[in-house]
Design a protein around this ligand. Structure first.
Ligand SMILES: NC(=O)c1ccc[n+]([C@@H]2O[C@H](COP(=O)([O-])OP(=O)(O)OC[C@H]3O[C@@H](n4cnc5c(N)ncnc54)[C@H](O)[C@@H]3O)[C@@H](O)[C@H]2O)c1
Length: 273
């Protein structure tokens, strides 16, 4: 592929991880179609020669068809697709209305399913045309550490992200035969639009989340973009069906972290009895 420009579609591109991914890939020679339902917030990409934008709602079949048609018209195919758009959906099983759960599933799970269906013909064609039929084709979905571990009052979001990893593992078996790779990125706490209010509105919770990370900090969106870039690149040519956790080491532990000072572990009173 040396000397050829590769093309990628990125959803949830108006802010956070999606925006950082667009910027990073465009900066490294990719042609990018940046998609978000929030048209106004896509204005950051104005004047970026390698980035085209479009407003679309990933939860609808019609908008996913429009996204694919736009990529086809602009690039004549796709080398990669990053299904990253997502919403939160916190609330207990008693409190969260079923309609809110349906909305979380529609965006976080149906979105990537409809997206994969829509872009597969473009990935297949580009792969056929490139490198004597051996071009690399890659799909990445943004899951979460909440797709690997559970959390209280976050069941709707967690369910959607667990299902996404199931989708990735299943489709890796189905599409691998064609040489199309599909992987999930599982970010830990990352400073984005989704989490931005936590520091202001609930500083104690912000600090608690930080202290659960051995690296003792939140990630920057660019630290997720670099992992996505790896997953869509030929450098990851044998990585398929993987859920890559980028969380500073948070989910591999017990949740009971010693403070950075090295002093004794802080054990919540309820557990200490
Ligand atoms: N920030 C974190 O700590 C964190 C942790 C784990 C996983 N994630 C995941 O990362 C992904 C990106 O989120 P982020 O943290 O960058 O948040 P963000 O809010 O900054 O970005 C998400 C973007 O998705 C867009 N979007 C939402 N619903 C959409 C729809 N129906 N159609 C099109 N666009 C839509 C929003 O407008 C927004 O621009 C999400 O899937 C999220 O679940 C984030």
């Amino acid at each position: 592929m040396a000397g050829e420009s590769r093309s990628v579609l990125v959803t949830g591109a108006a802010s956070g991880i999606g925006r950082a991914t667009c910027e990073r890939l465009a900066g490294n020679g990719w042609q990018v179609l940046a998609v978000d339902r929030d048209a106004a917030k896509l204005a950051w990409a104005e004047g970026e020669a390698a980035i085209a934008t479009m407003a679309a709602d990933v939860s609808t079949e019609a908008d996913n068809a429009r996204m694919a048609a736009e990529a086809e018209a602009r690039f004549g195919g796709l080398n990669a697709a990053v299904f990253n758009a997502g919403i939160t959906g916190g609330g207990s099983i008693d409190d969260l209305p079923f309609a809110a759960f349906q909305n979380v599933i529609a965006v976080n799970l149906f979105g990537p399913v409809l997206g994969v269906k829509a872009v597969l013909p473009l990935l297949r064609r580009r792969k056929r045309e490139a490198a004597g039929g051996n071009g690399d084709a890659a799909i990445v979905v943004t899951a979460s550490t909440m797709g690997i571990a559970g959390d209280s009052e976050n069941w709707a979001y967690g369910t959607s992200k667990h299902a996404l990893i199931g989708l990735v593992r299943s489709l890796s078996r189905e599409l691998g035969w064609e040489g199309i790779r599909i992987n999930a990125l599982c970010p830990g706490p990352t400073k984005t639009g989704m989490t931005g209010m936590i520091e202001d509105v609930a500083p104690a919770h912000y600090d608690l989340l930080k202290r659960q990370v051995p690296l003792q900090r939140w990630a920057e969106p660019g630290e997720m973009a670099s992992v996505i870039e790896f997953l869509v690149s030929p450098a990851a040519s044998f990585v398929n069906g993987h859920a890559l956790v980028a969380d500073g080491g948070a989910v591999v532990g017990t949740g009971l972290l010693a403070p950075a000072t090295g002093a004794a572990k802080v054990i919540p009173g309820a557990i200490n009895k």
